[in-house]
Design a protein around this ligand. Sequence first.
Ligand code: FES
Ligand code: FE2
Length: 377
Amino acid sequence: MPSMQTNVAPSFRKTTETFAAGAKGLSQHYFVSPEIFSEEQKKIFSRQWVLVGHQSQIAQAGDYLTAEVAGESLIIVRDKRGAIHGFYNVCRHRGSRLIENRSGQSAAIQCPYHAWTYALDGRLIGAPHMDEVLGFDKADYSLHAVNLSMWEGFIFVNLADSPAPLAEWFKPLAGKFSRWNLSTLRSAKRIEYDVRANWKLIFENYSECYHCGGVHPELSKISPYDSAENDLTEGPFLGGFMRIAKGKSLTMSGNACALAMEQFGEEDFRLVFYYSIFPNMLLSLHPDYVMVHQLFPQSPERTLIFCDWFFNPEAFKRNDFDPDDAVEFWDMVNRQDWHVCELSQQGISSRAYEPGPYSARESIPAAWDREYLRFMK
Ligand code: FES
Ligand SMILES: [Fe+2]
């Protein structure tokens, strides 16, 4: 295992080191306009790879989840051979929604309307009375597939006709997180948050700790707000690490809550890594767990957020496994964040709002805004 000195230090920069004056927040219409919102749905969420889950969340044949991306309902399902598929949640008969649940288990996908039945790989295998229709061939009516690809065990979908491969998109991050063995992780808990704030405010909030001293007193005690150093400072992947006080963990008790993700060296136990992955993933890598937020914009003023806490699969078997210690801690911090994001949304909606200057500790939100504007061109 490489030490932190060789692994991290050379490429990381203090957030305050290089920051040209002049960057300001986005103007009001980016946060309130229904036109901008639909433009985002078209230019970003209908074209980019969007995170919808992790393979461990549909571990068995027949396990499925549904996701809503750019107004489209999708079914993500594991078939009997173990392959994961993505389909539009639309019956090939008269278009009915097939699955209403957010997740579940089923041997096949049966339409609730006239009971057409699809295999887990999307083939139509049952269509009552359709043999009475001359020339009807079930082979012509498989479910419509959506582009689906995996990165480190995470499932991404893309609504574009022929998107660039996901592996290409993630090339700049190749090997970066291998120490966490992300593909093997298992989620112990999910919390859903319905936040009354624009999705971009969530990204901007995640990307700085300028607010941490005041908003997160508990977090700041364990992880000093001014300890941020970034190695990804431009582009669709942004972030870096913060320090954790010696012998501490980001949990309610302050103690590690699970078997470590890896045989980390002592220095590695003192770091927590935070990366935003455009356009809907926040990846927080702790020594003893990994937290992932998925963002689903609902309207200019509303964002649905799924937060999952993942652990080393070996940790589940041990007596010292206490996932709630981490979950409760970040649930508290999450809610502190959502509250200030909602306050931002309220203030930004005012006629008195005008974009204010970013501080030197907000270079990453400024970079995120630049990247966002590139996609909106
Ligand atoms: S709409 Fe699905 S079977 Fe008729
Ligand atoms: Fe925060």
